[in-house]
Design a protein around this ligand. Structure first.
Ligand code: CUA
Length: 310
């Protein structure tokens, strides 16, 4: 939050630091006056009872007007920040990216890529650097909350509602985010990565994501596809171009090009993929992906196949 990468997040961090400065001055002032009074007006041996004071008009006006003015200043700062950090996209604006919160992962859709073509990915958002990107936030089940602090404000994802917000980074890089609304047992393992790329690199990534996969016809990958389509995998996962088109779980079309598995719980290596499929609950105990019974040979072939999904 204190390392803002866009005008949107900069305004939030400025508000935070400004409020902190005002609060620090008040803290020092009040603490100083209390300490001063303790020392200056402490009881000394032989002192008489101090006189009782009832009311002091000028002081009372000052300590009413002072806090009022401070709150007015903070309110102006806050309203100003709200306008900068959360610009109104206008009714019915077409989002660049749709993020759907699921227990416990993120579905990420690109509705405009390549004109009308749509592709879907999971848990990693790719964005073009310097572009104010309009997100539409949805939920498939309970309330989640998308928060990538370096790039802008956070916002709830509420079932049956579409919320929109802008996020932006002017610096390419990888920015981490998380779900910021408790959404069940695996809330803590609902991490999200924003990968901000120079525009040309981002376009190339989009083109690669639009590529469809074909069903392998030879080798262990062909055997792996057989396992994928005959075990229960195909009931929940989509792989574009193969006829697998269920969106209960993450789209796997370009699984091998992602950096993590299980919404950030494992880095995406062959060994980890195998571990994940062999027993998802050993890695992420409440995950909805079932443990599917398969032989060692079936598991190896399935992993061989999934590793081809670049
Ligand atoms: Cu999703 Cu917390």
């Amino acid at each position: 939050m204190l390392d803002p990468k866009s005008p949107l997040s900069l305004s939030i961090s400025d508000l935070y630091l400004g409020t902190l400065a005002i609060a620090a001055v008040i803290l020092l002032l009040v603490t100083g006056l209390v300490l001063y009074s303790i020392v200056k007006f402490r009881a000394r041996p032989g002192d008489e009872e101090p006189p009782a004071n009832f009311g002091h008009l000028r002081l009372e006006i000052a300590w009413t007007a002072g806090p009022f003015l401070i709150l007015v200043v903070l309110a102006v700062f806050t309203v100003n920040t709200m306008g900068t950090s959360d610009p109104d996209p206008g009714k019915g604006s077409t989002p660049d990216i749709i993020v759907v919160g699921h227990q416990w992962w993120w579905e990420i859709r690109y509705p405009q890529a390549g004109s009308t073509t749509v592709f879907t990915t999971a848990n990693e958002i790719h964005m073009a650097a310097g572009k104010k990107t309009l997100f539409q936030l949805e939920s498939a089940d309970v309330i989640h909350d998308l928060w990538i602090p370096d790039l802008g404000r956070k916002m709830d994802m509420t079932p049956n509602y579409h919320h929109q917000l802008y996020l932006q980074s002017n610096e390419p890089g990888t920015y981490l985010g998380a779900c910021a609304e408790y959404c069940g047992a695996e809330h803590a393992w609902m991490l999200i990565k924003a990968i901000v790329q120079p525009p040309a690199e981002f376009d190339a990534w989009q083109q690669a994501q639009l590529q469809r996969q074909s069903v392998p016809t030879s080798g262990t990958a062909a055997r792996g596809w057989q396992v994928f389509s005959q075990k229960t995998c195909i009931n929940c996962h989509a792989i574009n171009g193969t006829g697998a088109n269920s969106y209960v779980g993450p789209d796997l079309t370009h699984l091998a090009s992602r950096t993590t598995l299980g919404a950030g719980v494992l880095t995406n290596t062959r060994d980890n993929l195998q571990k994940w499929i062999a027993d998802p609950h050993a890695v992420k105990p409440s995950v909805y992906m079932p443990k599917v019974q398969m032989t060692a040979e079936e598991l190896q072939s399935l992993v061989d196949y999934l590793e081809t999904l670049k």
